[in-house]
Design a protein around this ligand. Sequence first.
Ligand code: OGA
Ligand code: NI
Length: 357
Amino acid sequence: MTSSKFESNDDILDFVIKKANGIKGLVDKSLEIIPNQCIQPKEHRLEKSQIDNQESIPTIDLSNFDDLNVKKSIQEAARKWGFFQIINHGIPIKVLEDLKDAAHKFFELPAEEKVKYYKESYSAGESVLMFWSAIGDKNEKFLEWRDSIKHGCNPENDSNLWPSQTRNQVLEYQKWATPLAKKLLEVLLKGLNVNDFDESLEPLLMGTMAININYYPPCPDPSITIGARRHCDVSCITLLFQDDTGGLYVRGTKGDNWIHVKPIKGALAVNIGDSLQIMSNDRYKSIEHCVAVDSSRARISVPLFVNPCFDSVIGPFSQMLKDGEKPVYKHVLFSDYWNHFFRKRPSGKASLDFAKI
Ligand code: OGA
Ligand code: NI
């Protein structure tokens, strides 16, 4: 195959997205030349020189979750890094390994099977199953080097519509991960003097949840493509399981330095999203991250996005402003924030401006 096969944008979008061959479909065709549409502009790539081996994000052992020091390290990591890994979190390794195997099974299906889950667009409040390739706006010229499937995990979602390859494994993971997410949020809220995380706060902090499975096919030239462009999550928090391939990077503290989130067997990465940064009036940080792809291995990652309900109003907690602290953000409807984020896909931290006073 040569790049000339996909001269027009429509051709490649049709093959990769609409026909659900995915980026994986390109690779399966023994791709030798990367199509122009997959070559990222320089500002979206990750150069080797930007990778910083000196800084690292913290790993927190949750074996003694009730220990005050453990709680403090979670709050501190959320303040300083916005990104950390957790070990001994209680989710059995088998649940995670099964998730990974299910992911391979699904993405290895022929396109005719995957196309059943293709959906053109996804709007606020809708939580269906959706397969996409190279997430981006339909008119986006540059495709990310990944295929994904989203499972909406809310009571109104019918998991019978999920693929049989992923259904049970995603449900099992959700069963274990939901109480863990709640415990983490409880601790994070305590760090903001919000001490009563009762049922009334659940819609605001974990009203909608979605589990994505990302499949990053191997790429003949990872230096000119990107698996996931640098972005922040809109969530309150995101829990991420990754396999042992590596490739997830987080922006460091020195500007344009990027820190590798080293895979640790059985660990989960946790990051603060924009919604919790807004609610915390900037005490907790939603940090940019991106994914570089591997030249020889397909990588699996499974983020669980813990979001507010779409009809929630998000803004700094009143507890934050009690002692005269100035609010950095106004209150906005979460669905408006979501729509702004996904319509505009602002780069870096620009999306937060939408909620700034
Ligand atoms: C995401 C994301 C990281 C990864 O899907 O929002 O940041 O490692 N994924 O796949
Ligand atoms: Ni992300």
